[in-house]
Design a protein around this ligand. Structure first.
Ligand SMILES: Nc1ncnc2c1ncn2[C@@H]1O[C@H](COP(=O)(O)OP(=O)(O)OP(=O)(O)O)[C@@H](O)[C@H]1O
Ligand SMILES: [Mg+2]
Length: 415
């Protein structure tokens, strides 16, 4: 019967192992990279495509200005006024998007079109603004030269046509950056909202499961207590020491129920002397672990206190010490140091001289499901972190860990 129970426990643990070996966290970080790469590809493709459109449009605008310049040249050298009117109507007036200024050979503006100038300014101001605009245009494109000739073909003067990109083209250049920024901001906001709702859901599962467990344990526990009371009145059973052993097991079950019930509700924190609380947990643990592992508690100065929930804090110390014992294959020493930090902080350092952790383990110790043990669940440190951070507003870190030398976990609480 006992064998059967052991066997099915082992089977269950194996099966659950297989499930956890799916390792959702590993998949999640791969997914993150995939999303990032796809986003980068989309961003680059969008910028590339718009740049091509911009280049296309730029080419067309250049052609249009070339035509405009040719027209001016033709008009200046043409004597037939009918042709001139046609050219003026069809080509010069038709350009109503590209800002252009033509100048004489000395660079004085003679004609301008589509240049944004304020209304009602004096001639002088107008010329000043046009000269300023000319400088900008010069930086953007080389001016087009117009050659003026007599009817016999002899050159007598030059003119220049300056221009810059149209408003539409300028807008199109910035468009993908604006668009991608908007999408990125939206993406970040969506990610924050998503992870917030995910954390809220996880909290509900933890709390719900813990509450239910405490609730379910409650009924058989009170029944067991009644039985023990009955056994106490039976001198035969009392003599055999059965009641005493049962009493111990019930105490342990009560402790477990208290832990789950505290995790399932808003825990009450009380100022406690940490040395006493830790010492009590160690006294409970010491006889249950290898005799070759020594656990010592030190207090930097007497009477260091912190606001804690005792059943939950016991659980934290127990988990850390159990991990430390596991890390040192039977022989070693664990030190729990309680000290005061700056700004009302209290440190509880749990140091072992076990096998330590490598870098990749260090990164993942607090992830649910991460374990290097054959029979581990990888939940001990997840629970510890939750209790310290969510229930005590504290912090837990791996202060140091050196392979084959040992590890120190540090809990930071407030007085
Ligand atoms: N003191 C330590 N020294 C070395 N490695 C450690 C130590 N504490 C934790 N680890 C590593 O971190 C892993 C996760 O620890 P955690 O307590 O979360 O899970 P576990 O002990 O493997 O399983 P369980 O759920 O039963 O506690 C361990 O498997 C171990 O590899
Ligand atoms: Mg553990």
């Amino acid at each position: 019967m006992l064998l059967n129970v052991k066997y099915s426990n082992a089977m269950m643990s194996k099966r659950l192992k297989e499930v956890s070996s799916l390792d959702i966290y590993q998949n999640r970080s791969t997914l993150k990279y995939v999303v990032l790469i796809v986003a980068l590809i989309i961003g680059t493709a969008s910028i590339y495509y718009t740049n091509r459109l911009v280049d296309d449009l730029k080419g067309r605008e250049q052609e249009l200005i070339q035509l405009y310049a040719n027209t001016l040249e033709y008009a200046a050298n043409e004597n037939n006024s009918d042709n001139l009117i046609f050219i003026f109507q069809e080509i010069i007036v038709a350009n109503n998007t590209i800002p252009v200024i033509s100048t004489d050979a000395q660079g004085n503006p003679t004609l301008d079109k589509n240049v944004d100038l304020p209304e009602g300014i004096s001639e002088q101001e107008r010329e000043q603004l046009l000269r300023k605009e000319l400088k900008i245009m010069k930086q953007e494109h080389e001016p087009i030269e117009i050659t003026l000739r007599y009817s016999n073909g002899e050159v007598y003067d030059y003119q220049y046509v300056y221009y810059k990109n149209s408003y539409l083209l300028r807008q199109l250049q910035y468009y993908p950056y604006v668009q991608l920024t908007v999408i990125a901001v939206f993406g970040v906001l969506a990610y924050i909202a998503f992870s917030y709702s995910k954390t809220a859901e996880q909290n509900r599962v933890w709390v719900g499961l813990a509450k239910e467990t405490a609730h379910q344990l409650g009924t058989p526990l009170s029944s067991l207590m009644a039985w023990v009371e009955y056994f106490k009145s039976e001198p035969k059973l009392a003599e055999m020491g059965i009641t005493e052993e049962l009493g111990k097991d019930i105490k342990k079950l009560e402790m477990i129920t208290a832990r789950f019930s505290n995790i399932g509700s808003v825990p009450i924190l009380k100022q406690e002397r940490l040395y006493d609380v830790v010492q009590a947990t160690i006294s409970y643990l010491q006889p249950r672990i290898s005799t070759k592992v020594r656990i010592e508690v030190h207090e930097e100065s007497p009477g260091i206190t912190a606001a804690i929930n005792k059943p939950l804090f016991d659980w934290v110390i127990e988990n850390l010490c159990k991990n430390a014992v596991d890390a040192m294959s039977g022989i070693g020493k664990i030190d729990v140091n309680i000290s005061k930090g700056s700004e009302g902080k209290v440190y509880i350092d749990v140091t072992d001289n076990g096998k330590g952790m490598n870098k990749s383990s260090l990164k993942r110790v607090f992830q649910p499901g991460f374990t290097t043990k054959k029979r581990g669940w990888g939940l001990g440190l997840t629970l510890v972190k939750r209790i310290v951070e969510n229930y005590h507003q504290g912090k837990i870190i791996v202060k140091s860990s050196v392979v084959d030398e040992g590890t120190t976990f540090r809990i930071v609480l407030r007085t």
